[in-house]
Design a protein around this ligand. Structure first.
Ligand SMILES: [Zn+2]
Length: 423
């Protein structure tokens, strides 16, 4: 497949040659000869970006319906709903979410999937089936997620081990669901030990609260030290980490430096965090997202994801990483084009590093051929422009294509013709 004349931000017009599932060459536009038998897509200067990655998405509890409360109420409401889960029900809601995600340009997902003695491995089984059904369409990795704790829910650990013995699963954790700080730390250590034992990355739901007054929500530094102690640098990610925003001065510096040293990726989940955090604030309600600029300045890797789609944790969402990135940019006081381009990196190459540490990402020779062609020709950050997705290419095949016809009233046609292309 040849993508002719795409616009790559920071590089200019390019041709992209795809051979099988891999990008074989990226050269200035017009310079790659059309290989015999190749499918050629003439892009006419449309912006191209790498396939989006959602490193933190709960497919098993998507589309359960909203509730109004904070974190504790959301966990309780979801626990009640889980009792009624069936394979068909989970599969249908997950499939609906994945279909939307792929149409929005997502080519890889880490599905955070609940495991406990109540729901058993039902969610894991469904994700395993979906991953097989969708080979070549979207890469689906499963994180074994003990939402209700490990120590506080006896019987969870053997189920986690059973799930981890399957290919394509990695270990997740949720230490704040334990009863006290000591158990929460033990939970972290247990999860990281499992990561070592099974040779997989670890992904923790961590420090999701207004501040660090409850020590179960102040574990980032402990996770960093435990990561380095086990040689897991670059293989651990933490989702939420909202309490980092409440740290000041030397304490903030120390914790962020520890995360940077451990090369832990903070996965920001703004749609959920904005909804759940700051519930007790009557005035000056906290924003409730990790301090993005401070993380960047300290050299902490960052990614972002949708987390939940329409449930008790997150009442809205369309599984669109570009939309999430704009939300995070707005809430994080970003303004420069370079900052919005960095948000794009967070939903592409940084997300890929989370689910596949050490892999080659982006639109470059040797990378996997996951490419999204946007309905945008202006050379401005796509996160600001929010274009529709013309073509979604996953592992070298077109998996979603969108055409759009728009007819403007004559007066609007005249105005559109007046607008300079560079605006
Ligand atoms: Zn989550």
């Amino acid at each position: 497949m040849l993508l002719r004349s795409g616009l790559l931000r920071g590089r200019g017009p390019v041709d992209v040659l795809i051979h099988g599932e891999t990008i074989a060459a990226v050269e200035p536009a017009g310079s790659i000869a059309e290989p015999e038998g190749a499918v050629v897509h003439e892009l006419g200067g449309s912006v191209i970006v790498p396939g989006f990655v959602e490193p933190h998405l709960h497919l098993d509890k998507a589309h359960l319906g909203a509730s109004a409360g904070g974190l504790a109420e959301a966990i309780a409401a979801t626990a009640r709903r889980k009792a009624g889960f069936t394979r068909d029900d989970v599969r249908a809601r997950a499939a609906r979410t994945l279909a939307a995600a792929v149409a929005h340009g997502t080519t890889a997902v880490r599905a955070q999937t609940e495991v406990d003695p109540g729901v058993g491995l039902l969610g894991i089984d469904v994700m395993t089936e979906l991953a097989e059904d969708l080979v070549g369409v979207v890469e689906l990795q499963t994180a074994v997620f003990p939402q209700e704790g490990i120590l506080s829910r006896p019987g969870t650990l053997p189920l986690m081990r059973e799930a981890l013995s399957r290919a394509g699963t990695i270990v997740g954790g949720c230490p704040y669901s334990e009863v006290d700080v000591a158990d929460a730390r033990a939970h972290v250590d247990l999860v990281l030990d499992l990561a070592v034992e099974y040779g997989v990355p670890a992904d923790l739901h961590l420090d999701l609260a207004d501040d660090t007054s409850d020590g179960r929500f102040a574990l980032a530094e402990h996770v960093a030290r435990a990561t380095v102690a086990r040689g897991l640098q670059g293989r651990v990610s933490i989702g939420h980490a909202t309490t980092l925003a409440s740290l000041h001065g030397a304490t903030r510096g120390r914790v962020l430096a520890a995360l940077a040293e451990a090369r832990i990726t903070v996965v920001l989940l703004p749609a959920t965090d904005l909804f759940l955090v700051g519930r007790a604030d009557e005035a000056n309600v906290r924003r409730g997202v990790a301090p993005l600029r401070a993380l960047w300045e300290e050299g902490v890797p960052t990614a972002l994801s949708s987390n939940n789609i329409r449930n008790a944790f997150t009442p809205s969402g369309t599984a669109d990483p570009l939309d999430m990135a704009l939300l995070l940019g707005r809430v994080s006081h970003l303004s420069a084009d370079a900052d919005f381009d960095r948000l794009l990196e967070m939903i592409t190459v940084a997300g890929r590093q989370v689910i596949d540490p050490g892999s080659v990402g982006g639109i470059r020779t040797g990378a996997r051929a996951d490419v999204v062609v946007l309905d945008q020709t202006l050379d401005v950050p796509p996160v600001i422009e929010q274009p529709s997705r013309r073509l979604v290419i996953s592992r070298g095949s077109v998996v979603s294509a969108e055409t759009r016809d728009r007819t403007l009233a004559p007066a609007l046609e005249r105005l559109a013709a007046l607008a300079p292309a560079s605006v």
